[in-house]
Write a protein that binds this ligand. Structure first.
Ligand code: GLP
Length: 262
């Protein structure tokens, strides 16, 4: 894993955006996997700036989002489709037809999940997946105990996730109890991963995820099985890591040899 630590949230977001830009320049029809939550907002703001001020184009990009609340229509202000449109897609030259978010209103969920996996395969597979981490260590909505081989499916949300996300809803009772999420196995098949984590609140769970044993109780720990993961952190999020000196040394080494070291 590459672990890139920056002083502030802004700096870490810019650094992550620089990696997306580089990959987009290497492959203009990049297939991007995207995440929601407050963590990637800084990255999305910077991508919008790169588009508006530096002409970075998303015209040929296709995207797949990780997850969606089950039971929320795309027009619902807390749906992840609405989040993606308002925080990213509406501000880019991307073709909305090429942006996919799981359908929270799917009547036949199982058929929908199979079709979502099939659509990912037909696109040629996800080149670069953006991830955050939940307070309980989840990626997507793969709650503790999710099989590390799991695929896109309907899941029940954990109590901690419902509490964490209650801040976005008028009342805790309004938080959906279910979601559709790509599985851990689905995520592990992408070609490259960006994991973004900021703030002291996530420091402990992040350290357990990347420096602790791999366990289905922390689905982010499965990323240790992936060959190309870049973790972007601000200093508070890095505060519980044991190997910070090595990560900094490795980043210096990257600069010297002019290539990424995973
Ligand atoms: C939700 C999403 C995750 C996200 C997590 C963290 O549960 N399903 O994909 O990583 O929240 O959210 P935040 O970035 O707001 O801490």
């Amino acid at each position: 894993m590459r672990v890139i630590i920056r002083k502030t949230y802004e700096e870490m977001s810019k650094e992550a955006a620089a990696l997306v830009k580089k990959r987009l320049q290497q492959k203009p029809n990049l297939v991007l996997g995207l995440a929601t939550g407050s963590t990637p907002l800084g990255l999305y703001r910077e991508l919008i700036r790169l588009h508006q001020e530096e002409n970075l184009s998303f015209k040929n990009v296709r995207t797949f989002n990780l997850d969606e609340y089950y039971g929320l229509a795309p027009t619902h202000q807390q749906s992840y489709r609405y989040f993606m449109d308002t925080n990213l897609f509406n501000h880019l030259d991307i073709d909305k037809k090429n942006t996919r978010v799981p359908d929270g209103m799917a009547a036949d969920v199982e058929a929908f999940c199979l079709a979502y996996e099939e659509a990912i395969r037909r696109s040629g597979g996800i080149d670069l997946q953006v991830l955050g981490i939940g307070g309980d260590g989840h990626i997507g909505f793969n709650e503790p105990g999710s099989s590390l081989a799991s695929r896109t499916r309907l899941v029940a949300l954990d109590e901690q996730t419902i509490n964490d996300n209650a801040r976005f809803f008028a009342r805790k009772e309004d938080v959906p109890r279910f979601a559709i999420t790509m599985g851990v196995g689905t995520v592990l098949e992408v070609r490259e991963i960006i994991l973004l984590v900021n703030g002291a609140k996530k420091a402990e769970i992040l350290a357990r995820a990347i420096e602790g044993p791999v366990t289905s109780l922390i689905s982010a720990s499965a990323l240790q099985f992936h060959q190309r993961v870049s973790v972007f952190l601000d200093e508070p999020a890095a505060s519980a890591l044991k190997r910070v000196a090595y990560y900094r040394f490795s980043e210096e080494a990257e600069k010297k040899i002019g290539r990424e070291i995973f």
